[in-house]
Ligand binder design. Sequence first.
Ligand code: COA
Ligand code: AMP
Length: 638
Amino acid sequence: MSETDSSTYAAAHQRSISDPDAFWLEVARDIDWTTPPTRAVDGTEAPFYRWFPDGELNTSYNAIDRHVAAGRGDQAAYIWDSAVTGTTETITYSQLQEQVAAFAGALAAEGVGKGDRVVIYMPMVPRAAIAMLACARLGAVHSVVFGGFAAPELAIRIDDARPKVIVTSHGGIEPTRKVPYFPMVAKALELTSHTPGSVIVAPRHDQFPDETFPETPGTTWSYWDDVVVDVSPADPVPVAATDPLYILYTSGTTGLPKGVVRDNGGHAVALAWSMWNVYGIRPGDVWWTASDVGWVVGHSYIVYAPLLVGATSIIYEGKPVGTPDAGAFWRVASQHGATALFTAPTAVRAIRKEDPDGAEVAKYDLSTMRTLFCAGERLDPDTYQWATDKLGKPVIDNWWQTETGWPIASNMRGLDPMPIKPGSPTVPVPGYALVVLDSRGNEVPAGEEGNLCIRLPMAPGTLSGLWNDDERFLSSYMSAFAGYYSTGDGGYIDADGYVFVMGRTDDVINVAGHRLSTGAMEAVIAKHPAVAEAAVIGVKDQLKGQRPVGYVVLKAGEVRDPEELRTELVAMVREEIGAVATFRDCTVVQGLPKTRSGKILRKTMRQIADGQEDVTVPSTIEDPAVLDALTPFLRRDK
Ligand code: COA
Ligand code: AMP
């Protein structure tokens, strides 16, 4: 493998935009193809772009087999460090090849083949990654569901993806409790119209000794270790570069999640390139992303990218604090010799809160660690400064989203490191023609805030569409500004070309690095018999970045004890969406401010709650008195 010939950031970015075919075909040589591509981007069905349309490859071969063939068989592919069970385990590339081939064989025996879907609902154990790679080996399409989502959310994803098999485990382990998955999967299967037929369980008997398989009509349950016996290990199946590798559901503005579809070829090429150029990681380096396989950061930078370049990836089951203390991250990084750590700013804030002076940092030898990377939400300058001071290493913000799958903006550590400006993820990554547009679609001058948009085509590895929903793909991302992808984020680019991302322009919120839909929470709250209507907004939170706060209007004649109602609504959101929604605050109000056409003024509410000085109240507001009456409540929730 080699770095790209475009040896400076400016040259690489310029070339990636002016001649994407030449740039990305050259980069694509770092991937092993069964049929090498002769073209990079195909825009014949724009705005649906296809990458490497005549190429064929297998992603699991590129992540595993080729490294074994090249002599890396004895190198660790994954190191599992479970702070919640006190376990560590190393899986070499050779062992991984064997385990992935065996599990792929078991999936094939269940009838899973190219294009079939498999839902994976797993805690942070290596078999989550093995199941994903086994799907990739067969050309099957995985859809991982984050363990913090409750049964109805799992059910929505099962019904949309229509999997043949669900892969799960006995459960996950949170610092204060165990989370059994069997009841969740059983309940989800009660709710779905689709019947997958088979559930395969990666057991955790030691943690969940009393769980037995539930009854689920039409679906049989088996243990992983039983299904891999007597099956032939599966060889990698070549697939078209444009074939889907996975579907990952993410929150949109409405209650229904969007099934982001990722291809095989563009994904492999872009992720491998990003490891070298964005993150400065080389084969043999130990890389650690402290996230969850249920999020895009976990898909890209725990499971796939580190392996695509022959690095070692740490899979961590634990938290930044409380497992057992605020030194957990530094212990793991030091124990396994991590060269880089990638996490969410909220995790750094959680550590700082418990260990403001950095006493825990000082306890560990972090000499192997070159860089701390942060993404998932804005890295605020204060948190940036604290981490920089305590670690004495570059702290690098990178901005991206589930849809793009890899950074849109970053400081290019392996290509051309640049001075850091706190609060900025630095510059657009090669492949992304990032612009700031005003509401009419005109580019705004440097320093002026607007909508962050990407001129089409986007880079390889970005979403190829939404699962079974072309219309939503077009309306969500492509219709606001013709010829551009709308990121849904607002921000600006300064005179030096540095990008500043200021937050979502829609009703998606970001709580502790978790992307959530306020619309989904509103839909749950609206089901309460006493509630006439509700608005949920994300207000600023010192630790989690944002937290959801609900405002509900009761039906005429309903009288409820506010605290009792709050408890009921909190329980409903937890039951329907999951603990991860972190919905705790809810207030009964007399009315919600609306436009004359009935649209709730969530943005105005959010601005008041955040204490913003320049609050925008649309001239179309129906009754300003409603907003005046609500303002003291919003200010209180600041
Ligand atoms: N399975 C089940 N429940 C889960 C879960 C999972 N995988 N992940 C979180 N939850 C639960 C938590 O236990 C908590 O439940 P509680 O309300 O009963 O306490 C709830 O969901 C909210 O979780 P969270 O918002 O994560 O709060 P927390 O207090 O448990 O932890 C942080 C706070 C900052 C330590 C944690 O959010 C964190 O590490 N964030 C980083 C996020 C991240 O990696 N994002 C990916 C992008 S890089
Ligand atoms: P997700 O799809 O869960 O990765 O969430 C994507 C959203 O998180 C983006 O649209 C942003 O709003 C926010 N986000 C992610 N990374 C950053 C960052 N580095 N700076 C600012 N916002 C970010």
